[in-house]
Write a protein that binds this ligand. Structure first.
Ligand SMILES: [Fe+2]
Ligand SMILES: [Fe+2]
Length: 373
């Protein structure tokens, strides 16, 4: 068995997006933080493990089979570890490890088998250094958030400022992920997603208002900014995104509605007649509970107002567009169609070839100048 040699491995080290572009039978080495780790048993009662590794650019899921090797390479002396009895390996989530693996094909999809696990020096490779972050700078997001508050009327803006800035939600809201996997599952993901949903919702609401619909913009903005507020309790960063017990057993829709109603009542008690009306509170609360758009996806009631329909549509759109971006970015060279994505029940298509894209961009430049701002 070849011993782990840090320098040698560093040279062959790939990022998780690079690994996902490899073809069948390729071998690789990745280093990152474990975001999910679960022991299972096969039909012969032999142990194997499901593992998800995050490395700052993405993540990769794979399997560690019973015949894999486990090495502690964190100290001066390298030694073999026993995954069943070693305490370090029982709590692998949130720790940095190196994985040596191979691409295999299963049911026409690429899968990843890891044949060696290297438990590295946690001080030299601190886990938080491998946690993926939103590509949008924090300052850009903060400015966009404040601009959205500016659109609100005084009463709603007062409430949102109280909720975000006086009740200590802002710090967590800006750091939190929007999911454990699937979409915006990284530091700053919740804010990035909430801003995208709110901006789309404002655009749609403006469109319908100019068409004669009576859409309450304050309710749209508050509902969109707060629609996933329950994720503050249903996820945690440790340092990779993880589901909490509350998230598992109550879900972000219930947790979010409860937190919102509690804060709205508190604000009402402090501000009396200057607080939000009971109907505004309920209209925003309705968005929180209905935003998944169907009972099948966890909403106990379906969107029943123009504001709730708009936020729910904007939320669904942002989720699917994120999946499109993430999945098509993994396509290699000539491939145009992604592998099947179970969460959205489709394959995605990356339409343009390089030549066509240039022509189209020229057309777009001309078209944009004709759109009134
Ligand atoms: Fe949600
Ligand atoms: Fe959402």
């Amino acid at each position: 068995m070849a011993e782990f040699k840090a320098d040698q491995k560093e040279k062959r080290r790939l990022t998780t997006p690079e690994v996902r572009k490899l073809s069948k039978d390729s071998t690789f080495y990745v280093l990152g933080v474990v975001s999910r780790f679960a022991q299972r048993r096969d039909k012969n009662d032999n142990p194997f493990w499901d593992i998800t590794l995050m490395d700052g650019e993405g993540q990769i899921e794979g399997k560690i089979w019973g015949n894999s090797e486990w090495w502690n390479v964190g100290g001066d002396v390298k030694y073999k570890m026993d995954p069943i009895s070693d305490e370090n390996l029982k709590k692998l989530e949130g720790r940095t490890v190196g994985l040596q693996g191979k691409v295999v094909e299963f049911r026409e999809q690429n899968q990843y088998n890891f044949n060696a696990v290297y438990y590295v020096d946690q001080g030299k490779y601190p886990p938080h250094g491998f946690v993926r972050r939103s590509p949008v700078p924090a300052k850009t997001m903060e400015d966009a958030f404040l601009e959205l508050l500016e659109i609100c009327g005084e009463t709603m803006r007062g409430f949102l400022e109280y909720l975000f800035f006086q009740r200590d939600i802002w710090q967590t809201y800006t750091a939190w992920p929007a999911a454990v996997s699937l979409h915006h599952a990284y530091v700053g993901g919740l804010l990035e997603h909430s801003l995208a949903v709110t901006r789309s919702a404002v655009g749609i609401a403006q469109n319908y208002r100019s068409g004669g619909f009576n859409v309450d913009m304050d309710v749209v903005i508050a509902g969109a900014l707060l629609h996933d507020i329950g994720k503050l309790e249903s996820y945690r960063l440790s340092p990779a995104p993880e589901m909490t017990l509350g998230g598992n057993v109550a879900d972000h829709i219930v947790l979010g509605y409860h937190r919102f109603m509690t804060l709205a009542e508190e604000y009402g008690r402090k501000n009396g007649a200057n607080g939000l009306s009971e109907r505004s509170v309920l209209a925003v609360g309705h968005i929180l509970v209905s935003h998944h758009g169907s009972r099948e996806f966890g909403s106990p009631v379906l969107p029943a107002t123009p504001e709730a329909l708009i936020v729910s549509a904007a939320d669904d759109l942002d989720f699917k567009l994120f999946c499109w971006k993430e999945q098509t970015s993994l396509l290699d060279g000539e491939k145009e169609v992604t592998e099947f994505v179970p969460a959205v029940q489709r394959r995605f298509w990356k339409v343009h070839s390089a030549g066509e894209e240039k022509k189209e961009n020229k057309k777009e430049e001309g078209r944009e100048s004709k759109i009134p701002s």
